[in-house]
Write a protein that binds this ligand. Structure first.
Ligand SMILES: [Zn+2]
Ligand SMILES: [Zn+2]
Length: 915
């Protein structure tokens, strides 16, 4: 520990205990609609990392701010405790995933306490406990009952050597090798469970428009993920070479296009490598086999393909098109087949150029003033170098030539046999089966007789995990005793389902469990959920933009429909926090560039770590960890502590004199200046905390501390002003540096070392101010600009040693004129101004100022009223006095010479400097 600092360990421990004794973060069940602040719960990997610390400091600071603002707050924490890493760690260490996970939770919980995070630990949830995962199983049953859970074939990773299914994470490297034995992994079809999220695709995409508390980037990622497209399905007849081969006729293949208007420009047809026709071709066509087995690369930068001897008949033109097998056609998107229009699609253009397929223009840009009724079709564009991909007017398209793209799409769809308007989605159903141990058992059994797959009845839930077996494959497959069960339908022998659920099921509704974590009869208390949900502020990493955040929205909508939950969206406001980096790089264990939060807490304390992080950048931005920044933050807190100590020990009995016998000069305007700076800090910091721009709020708090320090140095402070300043500064810092804030607040209130009965900062009211943020900013800008003007005049005039400085406020009529000019929409502003007697009376001065206003009209902005400007400058005069070592007089217009007053304007006083 630094000798320069304070005993942060003792301070932090003292207040952590005081909060626990006072149950300061408990949210009683009977509170009305609390502000629900939530950080994404962590995977218990062993230790908190800097990303966690940042995430949870953001939610903690916001929760504390809302609490001090008078809200009831719900701020819970739990553990995303299932998952493969625990299973792997258990295998490596020859232990049990449960023991390993609970150990990790224990460690991380201790670290969270040492960070001072104010959670309601009575609401803690752990997803690997049967009390929690029972409700995953219940949820699964509810999906099945509503027809939204389905079992169907899907591909899984299979290691032929280990004879086991592998999770995607167990398949390693570009060569896709088994993580255990390095054998190449194969694909196998196996029956898997799916939740039918696609049934909610439309609502999930439409409702994104209303999520205005979410970052645009996340909303766009969800839209793209769902990938809704409106278009047309066209049926192409596929035929092979005229041989004796029985499968020369492959029948019709449907292809989806959003651009049916370009169908006359189709010059090829393409099939996915795993399309049934492609698979049939592999059997008899060497080139296709070679391509599919060895060359096709759907993730490659360039589209690749191979010609076949098939042709496809364009259903609109009757033209015969060559058929390719191409790797950019994906079987799980649309129909696994597409018509290629290289003149009007970039990727098709690249492919056609490479394969020597003709490129034909059939859409032209719409000419200005184009009228499809009277004008002929425009000239076709040159598409030989690149595709024209916008909508336009059809050319060389038979009867449709001259039509606009949108109308043509409709007409072509209407006129063509078997063509249909279709909505297509990129979103697939949610495959939740995982062939691993450490997850929620899927509550199903397979009857040995004729009942097939049967769900475990609700009364028999939870289906608990058996003891862990350390094996190469899925431990559940080898838990013979556990697997053998009876069929709930016929009572005959049956085998349990050995797949467990994707852990994203656990996290898709955990925010509801915090509402009633102990409830044994249901996953959540419906009345309380209706009152407390949705989460008001959710905070987590951008890596969850799609899966977790989309599944949570899906499950919430499902529960709204199936269980009558009021909320249809889980999270009203979302903040995706940026990364904590080191020298511009993501911290990672493998790169060895990790800063341990524990070390920072030991050396400098949690408050320093929290404050450094929150002031370093806006929460959404990445920022670089800096040891120097940490040290300087620590020095700031240490100085603040001394300032409070000095203030509280120096205090004499006489409130007008300090301990050194210096008396307060009540006429010194510096007191007003400091008082208005205190108000400004409150006004600005409050709005910034509300917007979660903590860095700006904290700058206010820190500058206020600087102002208070100057105050002591420059004058004998008015104790009332000074104490309020300290109290405000402490409370503005309290959400981010809660321990030291408690310590200093107690000291300031004369209760140092005795926290029994003293008010805790967490329960204290947020400070209030007499000004709003805008007025505070105007006042500051006025003071800053005036100081800058004085500097410039001194500089330009070469005044070495000014003997006096006058600052002269504009006359009242100019403030009136400015206000009129801002509000007015009259063409003749001068006329309008001269209609006012008190302005017209000013004669030439009024005319001249009126012209200035007219000239600047677009750029005019409001200023403070004249009286407020006078007060602000008078209070700030000591700053100018100190800087130039000369007496400063702030004057009203009627106290100054006319030729000086003439130069004064609202927001810009006249300045006169005497040598
Ligand atoms: Zn293997
Ligand atoms: Zn049965």
């Amino acid at each position: 520990m630094s000798k320069e600092g304070y005993d942060h360990t003792a301070v932090e421990r003292r207040w952590q205990e005081a909060w626990a004794d006072a149950s300061a973060y408990r949210t009683p069940d009977d509170v009305d609609d609390p502000t629900y602040v939530l950080g994404m719960y962590p995977y218990p990997s062993g230790k908190l990392h800097m990303g966690h610390v940042r995430n949870y400091t953001i939610t903690d600071a916001y929760a504390r701010f809302r609490r001090m603002r008078g809200d009831d707050v719900l701020h819970p924490m739990g553990w995303d405790a299932f998952g493969l890493p625990a299973e792997n760690a258990a295998k490596e260490r020859d232990t049990d995933p449960r023991d390993w996970t609970l150990d990790c939770i224990d460690t991380m919980k201790g670290q969270m306490r040492s960070m001072g995070f104010g959670y309601d630990w009575d609401r803690e949830i752990t997803t690997c406990s049967p009390e929690y995962y029972e409700w995953n199983q219940w949820l699964f049953r509810r999906f099945a009952e509503e027809g939204l859970a389905e079992r169907r074939d899907a591909e899984v990773n299979w290691c032929p050597d280990c004879e086991t299914v592998l999770a995607d994470e167990q398949v390693e490297g570009d060569d896709e090798l088994c993580w255990r034995c390095d054998h190449p992994v194969e694909q196998r079809e196996l029956e898997q469970w799916f939740l039918l999220i696609t049934e909610y695709a439309d609502e999930l995409v439409d409702a994104i428009d209303d999520l205005d508390g979410w970052p645009d980037s996340v909303r766009q990622m969800q839209r793209n993920w769902i990938g809704r497209q409106y278009g047309t399905t066209l049926a192409f007849e596929i035929t092979g070479p005229d041989t004796a081969d029985a499968d020369a006729d492959h029948g019709t293949v449907e292809a989806f296009t959003t651009r049916a208007d370009t169908v006359f420009g189709a010059t090829f047809f393409a099939l996915a490598p795993d399309h049934p026709i492609s698979e049939a071709l592999i059997e008899r066509d060497e080139a296709v086999r070679e391509f599919v087995r060895h060359e096709a690369d759907p993730d490659g930068d360039e589209p690749n393909g191979v010609a076949t001897d098939l042709t496809a008949t364009n259903p609109v033109t009757g033209e015969e098109l060559p058929v390719f097998v191409a790797d950019f056609v994906l079987s799980d998107v649309g129909t696994g087949a597409l018509m290629g229009v290289p003149g009007h699609d970039d990727r098709d253009h690249v492919f056609a150029t490479k394969m020597g397929v003709p490129i034909e223009p059939v859409i032209a840009p719409e000419p200005d003033g184009y009228d499809p009724e009277t004008d002929g079709p425009p000239a076709a564009p040159d598409v030989s170098e690149s595709a024209f991909t916008d909508d336009g007017v059809l050319v060389d398209s038979g009867a449709y030539s001259g039509m606009r793209s949108a109308e043509a799409r409709e007409a072509i769809t209407d006129d063509t046999a078997d063509a249909e308007l279709t909505t297509q989605y990129r979103l697939r159903d949610w495959g939740i089966s995982r062939q691993r141990y450490w997850g929620t058992p899927i509550p199903a059994v397979h009857c040995h007789d004729d009942c097939g797959t049967v769900l475990v009845p609700e009364a028999d839930l939870p289906v608990e995990l058996p003891e862990f077996i350390n094996t190469t494959g899925n431990p559940l497959d080898e838990a013979e005793e556990w697997k053998a069960t009876t069929c709930p339908e016929c009572g005959g022998p049956a085998t349990r389902e050995t797949d467990t659920m994707d852990t994203f099921v656990d996290s898709s509704w955990y925010f509801l469990r915090y509402v009633s974590p102990e409830l044994e009869s249901a996953p959540f208390d419906p009345d309380r959920a209706d009152d407390w949900m949705p989460v008001d502020q959710y905070v987590g990493g951008i890596e969850h933009a799609v899966m977790h955040l989309l599944y949570s929205r899906f499950v919430t909508k499902f529960l709204a429909d199936a269980e009558g939950l009021d909320a249809r969206e889980p999270f009203t406001n979302l903040l995706a926090q940026g990364m904590v980096q080191l020298e511009g790089e993501k911290m990672s264990k493998s790169k060895g560039n990790v800063v341990s939060p524990q070390r920072i807490v030991d050396e400098y304390g949690a408050d320093t770590a929290r404050l450094f992080m929150m002031q370093a950048a806006q929460p959404e931005r990445d920022f670089d960890w800096s040891e120097e920044g940490v040290r300087s933050t620590y020095r700031f807190l240490t100085r603040l502590k001394r300032l409070v100590e000095e203030a509280t020990t120096d205090r004499g009995g006489d409130s007008t004199a300090d301990a050194d016998g210096r008396t307060v000069n009540p006429d010194d305007p510096i007191h007003d200046y400091v008082a208005s700076e205190i108000d400004a800090a409150v006004a600005i910091a409050t709005v910034e905390y509300d917007d979660l721009t903590f860095n700006v709020a904290l700058r206010e708090a820190q500058e206020l501390v600087g102002t208070l320090r100057s105050y002591v140095e420059h004058a004998t402070p008015d104790p009332e002003v000074f104490d309020r300043g300290l109290s405000v500064a402490i409370r503005l810092l309290a959400p981010v540096t809660p321990h030291l804030a408690e310590e200093l607040y107690a000291e300031l209130n004369g209760e140092a070392g005795d926290d029994s009965g003293a008010p805790l900062v967490v329960d204290t009211d947020w400070p209030s101010a007499d000004v709003d943020r805008e007025a505070a900013r105007l006042r500051r800008r006025l003071v800053e600009n005036t100081r800058e003007d004085v500097r410039q005049i001194v500089d330009v005039a070469g005044i070495e040693d000014p003997s006096g400085i006058d600052i002269v406020i504009a006359p009242d009529w100019k403030y009136d004129a400015l206000e009129i000019a801002i509000d007015s929409d009259a063409d003749n502003l001068i006329g309008e101004l001269m209609g006012r007697d008190h302005i017209r009376e000013q004669g030439d001065a009024a005319a001249s100022y009126g012209q200035d206003l007219q000239a600047e009209r677009e750029a005019l902005t409001a200023t403070l009223p004249g009286d407020a400007e006078f007060d602000a400058l008078r209070a700030a005069a000591w700053l100018v006095e100190r800087e130039f070592d000369a007496p400063v007089a702030v004057k009203r217009a009627d106290e100054a010479d006319d030729d000086v007053v003439r130069k004064a304007e609202p927001g810009r006083p006249a300045i006169e400097i005497r040598e």
